[in-house]
Design a protein around this ligand. Sequence first.
Ligand SMILES: CC(C)(COP(=O)(O)OP(=O)(O)OC[C@H]1O[C@@H](n2cnc3c(N)ncnc32)[C@H](O)[C@@H]1OP(=O)(O)O)[C@@H](O)C(=O)NCCC(=O)NCCS
Length: 177
Amino acid sequence: MTQLLIGTIVESEYELAKEVVKQAFLGEEHTDGNEHELIGKIRKSPTYNAELEVVAKTESGKILGHAMMSEVTVNSDEQSNVVLALAPVSVLPEYQNRGIGKALIEALEYRAYENGYIGVVVLGHSEYHQKLGYHIASDFDIYTPFEVPDENFMFKYLWDHPTKEIRGTVHYPEAFQ
Ligand SMILES: CC(C)(COP(=O)(O)OP(=O)(O)OC[C@H]1O[C@@H](n2cnc3c(N)ncnc32)[C@H](O)[C@@H]1OP(=O)(O)O)[C@@H](O)C(=O)NCCC(=O)NCCS
């Protein structure tokens, strides 16, 4: 494969990225088929940060993958903390299993770390995300407000020695409703 470039999405790529997301989720079993609409909704959220939306493309500019992170809060009786949700992650079906998803996620994690975020939640494939250092969120006392299998809801601290422990139930903003 030619060199893969990972960079912040620009507005002229919005439509192509939407198509990549749509294609990626077409064959997926656990999907509501609306992930391509979700990315547009997240962009309208007041806390949207374009630095946390990336595309993977070839040197000629063909978009092969897309991923984004956005703010959610984790609330308990004692505390409320902002973390990031990794959603969605999409790679064109014919380019899957070549490390593009991993490269997108690692690029976002680095940006999130640089921006001072403590951790990331993800609702995804347990085997896939655990390879990337995510763990079952309930092991950290972090829960989803949705009914999903425990193993599919995961969390990762971005710091080796986080300044605080995150605990509670995740509150997703309106874009996810
Ligand atoms: C899930 C997805 C983003 C992974 O991206 P990808 O570029 O295909 O994955 P990578 O090449 O980075 O895979 C890295 C590793 O995970 C493995 N892997 C890939 N997809 C996997 C899956 N669904 N379950 C378990 N392991 C998986 C790969 O075999 C590879 O293993 P290796 O490092 O031992 O070789 C991509 O397959 C996709 O777009 N799927 C449809 C949409 C989706 O389900 N998104 C995730 C939920 S938001």
